[in-house]
Design a binder for this molecule. Structure first.
Ligand code: MTE
Length: 311
């Protein structure tokens, strides 16, 4: 990422952060409950637990990263460019009511309330790694459901070759948007087959609780075989389109960040190698894995592509 100085955030911009800092450590929630009372969930506070079922088949068996690290070491440029700002400033973001616009090449376009977006879906816990291009990684117990299930409901047409995602643009609450460190709103995209892969997830919580604002409340993407920056937060629009969409990091630094952004230890970032990573909470660096360890499930999506060109 482009690390920039955040020292020009005024102290008058500092909001009450007490709600968002230093949460309790992992609380085991009751597994086996399928359906969620969504209206209640949307109105819920971040500390509130969510019912979910475990998806062991899709889950990593690695040691979980601490809740406190996952929620205080964040990238969310809408709240500042350093790792600490999201936990400090995201508390002022209003996440309810929340709606998502579905548009483009789709049979059922419209503006849908979050409750209606979520209602038919069973929430699952999936333990996925998140690997950042900055060479750190975490193991997170996300709560959510497959993006593919949502896409099927809205019936994309045969012209829908890509899916574009857009983050909320609300500078009054997202103080990082008051500065031009990126083009706002933040946008990301996937090819339709990447979006339909069963691993691709829309997440509404982690560690059994409603998604903390700094992690992308109320709903974010998680694409576990790609660098973290593809996993766009606080989504307000999902568009089905014919042409490859622009993505925020590619717009910002095209020579450093391509559209595909797959974890690929063989393709160096122009300013550093991608061979190793530091798992948050560990001392020694470990080798980074092709597609972040999800090669078996996703390598077929990129068969025949020159991965040095399509980085
Ligand atoms: N989404 C938005 N809207 N804005 C951002 O700055 N940062 C990305 C991604 N999603 C980002 C975003 C980056 S660089 C990473 S590494 C992950 O979010 C970090 O997710 P986490 O804070 O939950 O660990």
């Amino acid at each position: 990422m482009l690390i920039k100085n955040s020292s020009d955030i005024k102290s008058s911009d500092i909001t009450d952060e007490s709600v968002y800092l230093r949460r309790r450590e992992f609380m085991q929630t009751t597994a086996g409950i399928a359906l969620l009372p969504f209206v209640k969930m949307v109105a819920a506070k971040t500390e509130e637990t969510l019912p979910y079922i475990k998806n062991a088949g899709l889950s990593s068996k690695e040691k979980l990263t601490d809740y406190s690290a996952i929620t205080t070491y964040n990238n969310f440029y809408e709240f500042g460019t350093d790792k600490e700002s999201p936990a400090k400033y995201a508390g002022r973001l209003t996440t309810s009511p929340w709606s998502i616009v579905i548009d483009g090449e789709v049979n059922k376009p419209g503006r849908y309330q979050l409750e209606d977006i979520l209602n038919p879906h069973t929430l699952e816990e999936r333990i996925y790694r998140l690997r950042c291009v900055e060479r750190w990684s975490m193991v997170v117990p996300w709560i959510g459901f497959s993006l593919a299930d949502l896409i099927k409901r809205f019936e994309p047409t045969s012209r829908a070759k890509y899916v574009q995602f857009t983050t909320l643009h609300r500078p009054a609450e997202m103080i990082g948007q008051q500065r031009g460190v990126l083009q706002w709103p933040y946008v990301e995209g996937l090819r339709i087959d990447e979006a339909m892969n069963p691993l691709t997830m829309l997440a509404v919580g982690l560690y059994g609780k409603v998604m903390p604002n700094q992690n992308g409340a109320p709903i974010r993407l998680v694409v576990p075989w790609k660098y973290g920056f593809k996993s766009i937060k606080s989504i307000v629009r999902i568009s089905f389109i014919e042409k490859e969409p622009p993505t925020s990091w590619n717009l910002s630094a095209p020579s450093e960040y391509g559209f595909y952004s797959n974890v690929n230890p063989d393709v160096d970032h122009p300013r550093w190698s991608q061979r190793k990573e530091r798992r948050i909470g560990e001392f020694l660096r470990r080798n980074s894995l092709m597609y972040n360890g999800y090669e078996e499930q996703v390598a077929h999506l990129y068969k025949g592509m020159d991965l040095k060109k399509y980085y």
